[in-house]
Design a protein around this ligand. Structure first.
Ligand SMILES: [Zn+2]
Length: 322
């Protein structure tokens, strides 16, 4: 009957919908050939971890060395053998940069509202709850005031572990408040980015954050206050196209993937072969987008040096006025 066919159709549409979360793209429809090819593969999936106890060692994806977790933590999550920079949480990053006990967090309780009532495999609300529980964060950025060396700074640090560091209304609002506070208090701003881009679950509200943060930075610039942007692996899409690339100085961590659209999309659109190293920090430094690539261990000192340099004019004027 007509009604049953209709219901069936909507059901199929709903299950194949999760374009939002590419990680769960359904497998291709089985053909007689690939069902056969796939089955033994699934059954024989290699036990990658073998007998190594979990939570003690981590395999470096670059040089395949097994690194003792404690050693990795002590080394700011950098492989001691090949210097591969592992992902680091926002809290770990802040601890590695600011002077002890100098960080005062701003808006720690700000949390997203599911204004579009977004439904997918899991609702947006459910996703937020799950990520809040797993990361202990309310959203993908931590902002606050702290001290690096002798400089008091307004610092924003993104966390890729919270929904891929996506920028929704909370990330945009927290960063805007941070920049506005810095403008009022005459402080330099540092934002450390890692993001998959704008948060699709918030639709247009996410995209509006690009303009909002950029406008706040323009007011900071009018006051001749410095803004340093640090790009870490990966920084892409809407974040890359707004505050991440508006720094007076743009720094990056070695090997970070940085770009707007993914390489496959660009390759398909332009129908051109992409150059080697395309979208890495090193490539972008060579082509003039990035000013400095700094090892995580040296990041604090480098930021201190740049802040000193950028604040010299302001200090000089203050001395002259006194
Ligand atoms: Zn390594």
């Amino acid at each position: 009957m007509a009604t049953t066919t209709f219901t069936k159709k909507t059901l199929t549409l709903e299950t194949s919908e999760p374009a939002v979360t590419p990680a769960v793209t359904p497998p291709p429809p089985p053909t007689s050939e690939n069902t056969f090819a796939k089955k033994p593969k699934l059954a024989g999936t290699k036990s990658r971890k073998k007998e190594i106890p979990e939570g003690l060692w981590t395999k470096c994806p670059k040089c395949s060395t097994m690194v003792f977790d404690k050693e990795l933590d002590e080394n700011n999550k950098v492989c001691p053998k090949c210097q591969h920079h592992f992902a680091i949480t926002a809290r770990e990053r802040i601890n590695s940069l600011v002077e002890t006990c100098s960080f005062e967090e701003m808006d720690p309780q700000m949390s997203s509202v599911d204004i579009l009532e977004f439904q997918g495999v899991a609702s947006y609300k459910e996703k937020l709850d799950a990520y809040q529980n797993s990361t202990g964060l309310k959203d993908a950025v931590i902002t606050g005031l702290g001290r690096i060396g002798d400089s008091r700074v307004a610092l924003g640090v993104m966390d890729f572990g919270f929904l891929g560091g996506s920028m929704g209304s909370v990330v945009g609002e927290k960063l805007t408040r941070l920049i506005e506070t810095a403008t009022d208090k005459e402080l330099p701003v540092i934002i450390i980015s890692t993001s998959g881009g704008a948060r699709m679950y918030e639709g247009m509200f996410s995209l509006m954050q690009m303009a909002k943060t950029a406008a706040a930075l323009a007011y900071l610039g009018k006051k001749k206050l410095p803004y340093i942007s640090v790009l870490t692996h990966p920084t892409t899409a809407g974040v890359m196209a707004s505050y991440a690339t508006l720094g007076d100085i743009i720094m990056a961590e070695p090997g970070a993937m940085i770009g707007f659209a993914g390489p496959r999309v660009i390759k398909d659109t332009t129908q051109a072969e992409l150059p080697a190293g395309f979208q890495t920090a090193e490539f972008l430094m060579e082509h003039g987008l990035i000013d400095a690539i700094v090892h995580r261990k040296e990041m604090k000192q480098a930021l201190g040096t740049y802040l000193d340099y950028l604040s010299e004019g302001r200090r000089h004027r203050a001395r002259a006025a006194a």
